[in-house]
Design a protein around this ligand. Structure first.
Ligand SMILES: [Zn+2]
Length: 456
């Protein structure tokens, strides 16, 4: 089947594709606010109708929250699944928008044409890149190049409460050879990228208690052990002078980069001076024997996110507080085990508490990192397809944050995820005046057509 005809069709159909995206963007599907429940439903209905128009057997599927949209179409070759989300973030503060967030407009900017609306980039514009690629394929060839499942969520921006139960209940239906996810971006807004590493997350929120009441430092200062002194010493001991984390066993399960991946990352010419300079910093703080990109993508971290205790109001109060508290989080990589790290942290903390001190934890569940198996030839084929479209070698990149859906596909449905997206750093997702570059939309559609061809 000819890919060139599909690409030409995409170019010719771009105005109509843009009109369809504008229709979807007009629906204010804010998932977190119950006042917009009907609109979330309407966005799901719109997508069901659009998929059905492509001959896809699509349905709105109820959940205790907003509905899922699931569609299937048979075809030759492998079975690919595509995931995106149709819900959007709230628009507040509305007064910082230049126009109605749900009245989309194509605007000329110094960096080219953009489509401006809430959800333009996250994730309606990205979701529609895939749907439009399928539409062009169907119109040119009368059929799709492979068996496809479409899976759209309506609660991604509000914590995905129904996602795991839905995936567990519909495991067999959602199982496929690869799950394609379009909710990420280009590397530094330029280089097409497949995200293959996502860091996991573990948080510890705790309070240590020493004396059973606040004490006066005129009376107890010197003889009384101050919980803030204990807490800060414990927190300061989590890193050594080279930036490494000191917890015994912390680096168990951390995988080293392959030589190939290391070379690719060096080729990205990441400018850490600018990256840090943009936020008023100069020197990297991670492990000194690691490159800046490794520090962000492939190395684990420990950070104190909050610390409080004693008197912090106006004026002065010479208190030895009874308690001191902190929130500490770890970004995890490779096969690091969140439970083992929680145990190691608590052991370290408790073994450094003075006699008579106690600790209380407010536990949150941790999540392990996700690492895709780039040895699967599909990754190299997709990377080549992206390189062909953008005229620059596409890269496998990491993501310092967490994208839980990728892990859910692996753990619940036993399907590897492939994350490809066309967002840019200045898309202002979750912020006022969100936009999606028309270049991202157009080349995104063409990219998916190429990826579909390459994987079929
Ligand atoms: Zn998103």
């Amino acid at each position: 089947m000819s890919l060139d005809d599909v690409l030409s069709r995409i170019d010719a159909d771009l105005p109509a594709a843009t009109d369809r995206l504008i229709e979807l963007l007009k629906i204010p599907s804010i998932s977190t606010d119950p006042a917009f429940k009907e609109h979330c439903d309407a966005a799901a209905d719109w997508l069901v109708a659009d998929l059905q128009g492509l001959g896809i057997d699509a349905q709105k599927r109820p959940t205790p929250g907003h509905p899922m949209v699931v569609g299937h179409i048979d075809g030759p070759g492998p079975h690919l699944l595509f995931y995106g989300h149709y819900d959007v973030q709230p628009v507040d503060p509305l007064e910082l928008w230049d126009r109605d967030p749900f009245d989309p407009e194509i605007q000329d900017t110094p960096n080219g044409k953009v489509i401006r609306a809430r959800g333009a980039s996250d994730d309606k514009g990205q979701l529609m890149t895939f749907v439009e690629a399928c539409r062009a394929w169907k119109e040119v060839h009368g059929t799709l190049p492979c068996k496809l499942t479409f899976f759209f969520e309506g609660e991604e921006e509000s914590g995905s409460p129904s996602l795991v139960p839905f995936m567990e209940e519909n495991r067999d239906e959602l199982k496929s050879d690869i799950a394609l996810i379009c909710d990420t971006g280009l590397f530094e807004s330029k280089v097409p990228a497949i995200t293959t590493m996502l860091r996991g997350l573990l948080g510890e929120d705790f309070t240590i208690t020493g004396p059973d009441r606040d004490l006066h430092s005129g009376m107890y200062g010197g003889i009384g052990m101050n919980p803030i002194r204990v807490l800060t010493k414990i927190l300061a001991g989590l890193h050594d002078d080279t930036g490494a984390i000191t917890l015994p066993g912390f680096y168990d399960g951390v995988t080293e980069l392959s030589d190939e991946m290391r070379a690719q990352w060096q080729g990205l010419n990441f400018d850490h001076q600018t990256f840090l300079g943009d936020v008023g910093l100069t020197a990297p703080a991670g492990e000194q024997d690691r490159t800046p990109l490794e520090q962000i993508w492939s190395r684990p971290t420990c950070d104190v996110n909050g610390i409080w205790g004693g008197y912090t109001g106006d004026g002065f109060k010479t208190v030895l507080p009874s308690q001191a508290s902190a929130k500490v989080s770890f970004r995890l990589v490779g096969q690091q085990d969140p439970d083992a790290i929680r145990d190691a942290f608590r052991h370290y903390l408790e073994s450094n508490l003075p006699d008579g001190f106690s600790v209380e934890y407010r536990t949150e569940k941790g999540s392990a990192a996700s690492q895709m198996s780039v040895e699967d030839p599909a990754f190299e084929k997709a990377r080549q397809a992206l390189s062909d479209e953008w005229g620059i070698p596409a890269a496998y990149v990491g993501c310092g944050g967490s994208i839980p859906i990728a892990g859910f596909f692996k753990d619940i449905v036993d399907t590897d995820a492939m994350l490809i997206g066309f967002g840019k750093d200045d898309d202002q997702i979750h912020s006022p005046n969100e936009k999606y570059d028309m270049e991202s939309f157009h080349k995104g559609i063409r990219s998916w057509a190429r990826v579909l061809a390459a994987l079929s």
